[in-house]
Ligand binder design. Structure first.
Ligand SMILES: [Zn+2]
Length: 479
């Protein structure tokens, strides 16, 4: 039985948050984010009683109406981080020694830990842990790869609602797999019935409207190797019905290509398709013939996309499908690096994903730091030093765009929901040292970019003083 969802009952009052504010204003294209960077060194964010941004600007220009409004101060204020790909049933599996790349790690580390979530008591504890970790990392919105077990999904949604965070999730679907995954498998019909039931019970449960809901549901097969043509066809039919209600689709794509015998070769071998993406695009029959409906679209996100063919990137751009870029995880599993410039040039929206547990870092700004490191290390002309505004965009607004929720959050434009973090550098001594004493350019604009870069890449969880969604501070559950 799931708990009846409730909204937090304490009324909000209008409040001013005074700090150095950074955000990416408006709705820029990926190649134009630097010109949309806003820096307000002594800035003010006014949050109204509905939890929306009423005004943002220099504190010195605060409108008269707010002259007596209570003020909360912090060193920095950023939009909430968006994690576009994170595995709830791998909450305890970070930094697990897999003894190999993706397929070995799944067998040795992941299928066993995910099996533990069948136990209701374990699942409830894990849901609290997962929610606590999200708040500590300032992840106000997330696309959460779910557990196979409905009892664990119910616990996840319950804890997320109580804490006041945003979530899109869906049970991880597997209808075929190796012996190690046996407890996670279901039959074909049961797989679809369970997804349909999760949509019925949890999708937009808090407001009834997918444009405003904090809790939403997706169709989430683990990857093409964990399902069959029959599963993909049935999911396509279900998605055709559910798409109009704002239901999401989420999975993995082109992650690991180890010496021709890894994940990608296995998918192409199993399906006989021209590309991996074809399996999610209804073209899952031999030779990429059409066998069902597509799962791609504006509410679809595919994690990794490290080894895409140009036609796959073009198709993602055409359908509005986003990529969750997970450089921390790709380093951990030796998967390679999503080519930044080619992917951006293709016009695909790119958010960031921690990919907990192959990623061993919950903090999305650190994932952005890893993105900086891997892309500056790409060979030849592909190598690029990402602009600080690109890192902030990837960690916030691009993630909201991937969730098709850019109208509601992702930056601090007036009228949006007030999803934001307060950061106090003194809460983590190295951050204070870097930001206070670090070398800065004599050029003021350049110095601002350097400060943002240090804030994002140097940030660690202890310096996140408070996390707000729709103007309300997120409250961590007890362990
Ligand atoms: Zn993943």
């Amino acid at each position: 039985m799931s708990m009846k969802p409730t909204s937090p009952s304490v009324a909000l009052v209008t409040r001013v948050y005074r700090a150095h504010v950074f955000h990416i204003a408006g709705a820029p294209a990926q190649d134009d984010v630097a010109s949309h960077l806003v820096s307000l060194p002594d800035g003010a964010l006014v949050v109204d009683a509905d939890g929306r941004v009423a005004w943002v600007g220099p504190y010195a220009s605060l409108p008269e109406d707010y002259a007596t409004t209570p003020v909360t101060r912090a060193d920095y204020l950023l939009p909430g981080f968006v994690d576009g790909h994170i595995h709830y049933p791998q909450s305890y599996a970070t930094a697990a020694h897999g003894g190999g790349q993706l397929l070995e790690w799944l067998d040795h580390c992941i299928f066993p830990t995910e099996g533990q979530f069948a136990d209701p008591e374990f699942a409830h504890r894990a849901a609290r842990y997962f929610t606590r970790r999200r708040i500590a990392a300032g992840t106000t919105a997330a696309m959460v790869f779910g557990s196979a077990f409905p009892v664990a999904q119910d616990a996840l949604y319950e804890e997320t609602l109580k804490a006041g965070l945003r979530i899109v999730s869906g049970r991880g679907v597997q209808t075929v797999g190796p012996a190690a995954a046996s407890s996670l498998l279901t039959g074909e019909k049961e797989a679809i019935d369970l997804v349909a039931d999760e949509i019925d019970r949890w999708h937009a449960v808090d407001t009834g409207d997918p444009r405003t809901a904090r809790v939403q549901v997706g169709i989430v097969p683990r990857f093409s190797l964990s399902v069959t043509r029959e599963t993909l066809a049935a999911m396509g039919e279900l998605y055709d019905e559910a798409r109009g209600k704002g239901v999401y689709f989420h999975s993995h794509l082109n992650e690991n290509n180890r010496k021709g015998d890894g994940e990608i070769a296995a998918v192409l071998g199993a399906y006989g398709t021209e590309t991996y993406l074809d399996t999610y695009d209804g073209r899952f029959l031999e030779g990429s013939k059409v066998g069902g409906r597509t799962l791609l679209g504006r509410r679809s996100t595919l994690a990794h996309a490290v080894h895409c063919q140009p036609s796959e990137l073009a198709r993602m751009a055409e359908t509005g499908t986003s990529i969750a870029h997970c450089p921390t995880s790709q380093l951990f599993l030796g998967s390679g690096t999503m080519p930044w410039r080619a992917t951006v040039a293709a016009g695909v929206n790119i958010g960031l994903g921690s990919d907990i547990g192959a990623g061993d870092e919950w903090l999305i700004s650190r994932v952005a730091g890893d993105a900086y490191k891997v892309h500056i290390s790409e060979e030849g002309d592909a190598g690029t030093a990402l602009h600080p505004a690109e890192l902030l965009f990837a960690a916030t607004l691009a993630g909201a765009r991937a969730l098709d929720m850019e109208h509601a959050f992702g930056n601090l434009d007036a009228g949006k929901d007030a999803d934001f973090l307060l950061i106090d550098k003194n809460l983590w001594e190295p951050l204070e040292g870097m930001l206070t004493t670090g070398i800065r350019s004599d050029d003021e604009d350049q110095a601002t970019l350097e400060e943002l870069f240090t804030l994002l890449v140097g940030l660690r969880q202890p310096a996140i003083a408070a996390v707000y969604v729709q103007g309300r501070e997120a409250i961590a559950p007890p362990l």
